[in-house]
Design a protein. Sequence first.
Length: 285
Amino acid sequence: MVEGVRSFLIYPINPMNTERKTTILIIEDEEILVDVLSKKLEQEGYRVFSAGDGEAGIAKVAEVQPDLILLDIVMPKMDGYEVLTKLKEQYGDKMPAVMVISNSGQPVELEKVKALGALDYIVKAQFTPEEVLHKVESLLLMGDVQPAAASTGDQPSENPTRILIVEDDQFLRDLLTTKLTKEEFNVSAAIDGPGGLEKILKEQPEIVLLDIIMPGMDGFEILKRIRSNSNMQIARTPIILLSNLGQEADVAKGRDLGANDYLIKSNFTIDEIIEKIQKTLSAIK
């Protein structure tokens, strides 16, 4: 275990350049910890840079254009909150997702980090370099750090497609929200079954990503209620089920209840989910 580990933000900044290794910048003033994490990440094939304080970190971001930043919170000259705020100002609406790993877990810190755009928050009194590596790889696997299409100068759509995500897993919910927002969808979310049903009836989204196992009301029950709604516009809402379930019976049940499609979370990347959304929307036009 690494002793004395404080709070970290895992913060993807720029899309990966596929012609080079994924670049990670560690902004951290504790030299021993930087050395441990750097060695572990370099062993796994990452290109690693470091900075010992917030101001140096900001300068280093411009210099190396990292794909991912590991950002300490308590640092000299400029703390992690200030660094994150500065990066948010620079990248604006294009600010990527944020993952927080912290020992404190204080509500004040949690709310502050969330307000700055954090995607998720994990509290660990101690953690190994392998656990940090696992989190980095999870972000890469989920598609949060990836090549971006070249800018064409086109203006955002005036009427973006309205998508509702009904998902109780905060990591996946926020990840999907961030990714779909970047793809210029108009995204809203609900954290449980009753809240999801209420939003579908009230907002009438153009498509719904619906988890199956949730507190309060499962996805199958929501699907039944939507398909039996007297308002035909609501009843015909395209619904893609999202679940870790993979049994044929569950897939068949979802389709029998009127699901437009069915995705197994562990089998699909974020980009494949977007492709499925676009395919579903095209099929009903």
